[in-house]
Design a protein around this ligand. Sequence first.
Ligand code: ZN
Length: 662
Amino acid sequence: MSGMIDPKTVAKIIDACDVVDVVSEFVNLRKAGVNYKGLCPFHNEKTPSFMVSPSRGTWHCFGCGKGGTAVGFVMDHEQMTYPEALRWLANKYHIEIVEKEQTDEQRQEQSERESMFIVNEWAKGYFKDVLRNSADGQAIGMQYFRSRGFRDDIIEKFQLGYDLPQRDLLARTALQRGYKEEFLLKTGLCYKTERGELIDRFAGRVMFPWISSSGKVCAFGGRLLDARTKGVQQKYVNSPESLIYKKERELYGIYQAKREIVKQECVFMVEGYTDVISMHQCGIENVVANSGTALSVHQIKMLHRFTNNIVLLYDGDAAGIHAAMRGTDMLLEEGMNIKVLILPDGDDPDSFARKHTAEEFRAYIEQHQKDFIAFKTQLMLDGVTDPVKRSEAINSIVKSVSVIPNPITRATYLADCSRRLGIGEQTLINQMNRFVSENLDEKRKERERTARREEREREAEPQPQQQTPTPQPVAQTPVQPANQPPTLETLIIQFIIKYGDRVIYRDIEAEDGSKLDLTVAQYIDYDLSQDNISFSDPTYNQILAEAVDHSGDEAFSSEQYFVHHGDQQIAQLAVRLTQERYTLSKSFDVEPDERTIRQQAEHLILEFRMSIVNAHLQELKTKIAQAGTSDELPRLLEDYRDTQEIRNALARQLGTDIVVRT
Ligand SMILES: [Zn+2]
């Protein structure tokens, strides 16, 4: 299923799509003239502003601005990647998918994965059937779910089941049905004893299938029942990691939650299966769990595909509050807005959801959720008077702020911290800049380490075409480039698109004695052209040039200009960069003022210059190492010293006090 689709098949699928037909699968449409009309599935509305045009093969919502083709609709609505959407449509229109040529190994791995998913799918059905139709299933499994208050529709929605206590029953049944022992073992449904018996891993447990974001059963969690948990270490057992299940890449409940996450523009993060399920039953569906461990980068990136906003829900006890701090810098680094919600003491999301309606729960969230930085500040500093402890705490808070990719968000947080802490903003800025350049250094070193490792691997593997392909779990869809953290160049371009028309310097004296004002675009262009610096991406240079050209125009709006640009590549870039993802977090409603914009423009340009100088230093280092004692050496060393001086001067301007020793 993970293979590539042959281009001819792609064309066939796109030809077959009827946009009205596809959209109608999810939205009630009615005819309105030559078009069709309905309630938009992407935002909440009472009067229809969602239009489908059969002649153009497109849809568009006048309420939220979303729009596209049939394939795009399936991608957005079902939160699928492009290939997933194509496969979904191929299935709908009964088009046989021709895969691109694959190597034998790829083919074998793919069929192995498919076989594992097929066995898991069968097992899911088996567990459901046992729960509903066997005496033990009713008396033990269903009894347990009822005791948790789960309704039938919720049991069905989460595909819950029960596995009978006979330790070889599932294996025997599976083999009888023709499923192979190999895949019962590879999925971890069974394991083998030394005597060669095939034993059912989940015997006697209620079953929670893990459904990947594309809808396939990749693993199971099984819970022992209360009567049997005495003296047992693990109440829950999970499927072991496999070709189709990488723990750090999955989130429990993502399949059932993804559409609502997109619609609510927010995801709630909880710890356990029953937290997720109880919240759904209470009516809150944008919720996932990660089984109590800190979030991994993969999980964060997966969530970021659906939303910028995450709310971490924790129990009101000390352990819960402590847990709230784990892994949060990674979320900030990914550019997500974090809020924290502490539940009343003694409650977890499961128990709280069972006691309240969705409205009450939402109201509680609305009133009690705290912005993460504010939460951290309060938690670490309330009542702390010891100056050493205070300064450690402030350091830790500023460090958290320093990993946020967007400089404007960083600046806004620092202004806020300065107010809360009663510390001068400049002091905090200096401190943060120190962290920022340390972070940049670390990232650079990490890149170098990766590059060296890859080089070593290339050297060790003289025939790369014989490399075994790294297994990629099929459930994990590739992260689109749009979700990668922005580079410095991208941040500058975003800044130009958003604020390029804003005047940041007034009454500057020009060479001929006249006075002039400078916009952000003009300032950046002027500053960079002094040293012949340009962007590595030609499109970026074009954007800057156009923003400068139009800076004098009456009522020029940089954002409007680029979003509606005739060049689709530029227009799409502008739309992407002006979306909320890279901009101010929602907790800051204020437009930044002239001073903030000027400071940010200056800061971005300094950081950009710094990155160029650092790259040049690296290059010189390599050349010096290779020069040996050649005649080149003195000139290289001199260049190196000069560049270091520039770097130190820049560091001073950036407010850092890194002194580079020669
Ligand atoms: Zn809409």
